[in-house]
Design a protein around this ligand. Structure first.
Ligand code: FE
Ligand code: FE
Length: 309
C-alpha cells in the first residue's frame, strides 16, 4: 500500500514542475471585470463588486489606449536577474510620466457609477494639490500609505487602479526570461509588490500548479503548495473556508494560514472553478478575511481596491 505523504513532504516535492513566471494577459482587466460581474450576482456586496467591475473595465480601456511601455535596458535587466532584483521595482521608482492622465481617464469613466463618498472626493479632485496626489501614489507603491483623511481614502482605490494599469503595461513589455529564475519569494519578481492572493492553475501535466498573483503588475510567480508565501514555512499550514448552512460557500477559495508568522493568504483554485481570478475572487470573499482575522491571523494579501483607515 502506498504511504500517504505528509503536507511537509508534498511541499518539499512540489515545485519541480511548472516553476516559471507568468506575465499578465493583455486582457487581464477585461477578464477580471467579467469575473467580478459574475460574482456580484446575488452577492451581499453586489454594488461594490459591480463598481469594481466597472473600474476594471475602465482599466482595460486605459490599458488598450496606453502607448506600449518600452522594455527596460538589457544591461539593467541582466543586472536585476543576476541579483534577483525586480526590474520594474515599485518601491523606489519614479512615477511614470503622465500617470495622472490615467487617473483622470479612470475617474471620468467611473464617476457616474461611483458611490456618494467617492463622487464627493472626485468632485474635489481639480483642487487637490498635484504634489499631494504624487505623494499618495508613491506611498501606495511602497505600501506605506497612511490614510486617515476621508477624501484621500476615497481616492486611494482610483490611484491604485491607475498604478495597476501603468505597471501592467510595463510588465507586458517584458519577456518571461527577463525575470529572476528560481525565485519563490513573498514579493513579485517583476515589481517587488506583495501578492493579492495565490491561484492554483491546471498545469501542462493536468495537475494544479500554484502561483502568487501580484497586486500591482498582474505578473504571477510560482510558489510551492502548502507553504506560507510570506515566510516560506511549511510546517503546520492549515486552511479555512467559508461555510454556509448548505455547505461551503465559494468552494474555490480557501485561506492558507501559517502558525509561524500568523499570516493568511488566499488560494483560489481553477481546479474547483476554471473561471476564478485571484483579484476578483479575493474581493468577493472578504467575509473569509474576517473569519481568519477572528482566529488570530492577519491578511497578507494586498488589494489596491481596498483601503482601510
Ligand atoms: Fe508585480
Ligand atoms: Fe508564515
Amino acid at each position: 500500500m502506498q504511504k500517504l505523504l505528509t503536507p511537509e513532504e508534498i511541499a518539499v516535492g512540489a515545485g519541480a514542475d511548472g516553476a516559471t513566471h507568468r506575465l499578465p494577459s493583455p486582457r487581464v482587466f477585461a477578464g477580471r471585470a467579467e469575473r467580478l460581474r459574475q460574482l456580484a450576482a446575488g452577492h451581499a456586496m453586489h454594488d461594490f463588486l459591480l463598481f469594481a467591475a466597472r473600474l476594471a473595465d475602465a482599466q482595460q480601456n486605459a490599458l488598450d489606449h496606453h502607448r506600449p511601455a518600452s522594455r527596460p535596458d538589457p544591461a539593467d535587466l541582466a543586472r536585476c536577474r543576476r541579483h534577483g532584483m525586480p526590474p520594474l521595482d515599485a518601491h523606489g521608482a519614479d512615477l511614470p510620466a503622465g500617470w495622472a492622465d490615467v487617473l483622470a481617464t479612470l475617474t471620468a469613466a467611473v464617476v457616474p457609477h461611483a458611490p456618494a463618498g467617492l463622487q464627493n472626493a472626485i468632485a474635489g479632485l481639480p483642487d487637490f494639490p498635484a504634489r499631494r496626489l504624487d505623494a499618495l501614489a508613491r506611498a501606495i507603491l511602497r505600501a506605506e500609505e497612511d490614510l486617515s483623511n476621508p477624501v484621500e481614502l476615497a481616492l486611494a482605490p482610483l490611484i491604485g487602479a491607475s498604478l495597476q494599469v501603468l505597471w501592467t503595461a510595463r510588465a507586458l513589455a517584458l519577456q518571461p526570461a527577463d525575470l529572476p529564475a528560481g525565485f519563490e519569494g513573498g514579493q513579485c519578481p517583476a515589481c517587488g509588490s506583495p501578492p493579492v492572493a495565490s491561484i492554483v492553475r491546471i498545469g501542462d501535466a493536468g495537475h494544479g500548479v500554484r502561483y502568487a498573483a501580484c497586486s500591482l503588475c498582474a505578473c504571477e510567480w510560482h510558489v510551492t503548495r502548502i507553504k506560507c508565501v510570506p515566510c516560506q514555512n511549511t510546517r503546520g499550514i492549515a486552511y479555512q473556508s467559508l461555510e454556509g448552512a448548505a455547505g461551503t460557500l465559494h468552494p474555490a477559495v480557501k485561506a492558507e494560514t501559517c502558525p509561524d508568522c500568523h499570516a493568511s493568504l488566499k488560494i483560489v483554485s481553477m481546479e474547483k472553478d476554471p473561471l476564478v481570478d485571484a483579484f476578483a475572487d479575493d474581493l468577493a470573499t472578504l467575509a473569509l478575511d474576517m473569519l481568519v482575522d477572528d482566529s488570530g491571523f492577519h491578511r497578507a494579501g494586498r488589494s489596491l481596491f481596498l483601503f482601510t483607515p
